[in-house]
Write a protein of this length. Structure first.
Length: 179
């Protein structure tokens, strides 16, 4: 029988979609208030991978990632997804000139071995965490980089995303060594 142990803490990140830079800024302000200081932010990148969000969010979407300085237990991700959904709702009410959903916030966490995304949508490769939230391992670390699975979203397969996650991993490794 294996011994039950406490897993190492993980690094929280949020992938954001929006059509305007100022909407990212509003989202980041709300995220910092909820989760603490941001320690890494990606550049804004064009997001043209799917039309899935067009009706709710409009066209010309951009993607941006942020990660947070504070490490956390992996099992907090379900509640964090519920919190980011609430932030999305507040932003939709506060951004008067925006579409129905001005910002999409997708939280996840990074460990030394994987990238996990939280979602409200069930599918064959997702595990139910509770309170309406599921999770999937989107990328796994192999031979010095994060590799996709067959179900990994196309954008998460790109070198730009990979570079961001590798930098996050370097920071996580440094933080784990320091504790």
């Amino acid at each position: 029988m294996g011994a039950i142990t406490e897993p190492k803490p993980v690094k929280l990140f949020v992938g954001m979609l929006a059509a305007k830079s100022e909407w990212f800024a509003a989202a980041e302000e709300a995220l910092v208030a909820q989760f603490g200081a941001i320690d890494l932010a990606s550049d804004e990148m064009p997001f043209g991978w799917t039309d899935y969000y067009r009706e709710e969010m409009g066209e010309g979407l951009l993607r941006k990632f942020v990660s947070f300085d504070r490490l956390l237990p992996a099992d907090e991700i379900a509640e964090i997804k519920r919190q980011t959904n609430a932030i999305e709702e507040r932003l939709a009410a506060d951004i008067a000139d925006g579409p129905k959903r001005p910002v999409n916030l997708d939280p996840g966490y990074l460990s030394l071995s994987k990238v996990v995304l939280a979602t409200t949508k069930d599918y064959s490769h997702r595990l139910y965490l509770g309170r309406g939230i599921y999770a999937e391992v989107t990328l796994h670390f192999h031979k010095g980089r994060y590799e996709p699975w067959e179900w990994t979203y196309r954008d998460y397969r790109t070198p730009e995303y990979g570079a961001f996650f590798l930098e996050m991993r370097r920071r996580l490794s440094d933080q784990l060594r320091a504790t």
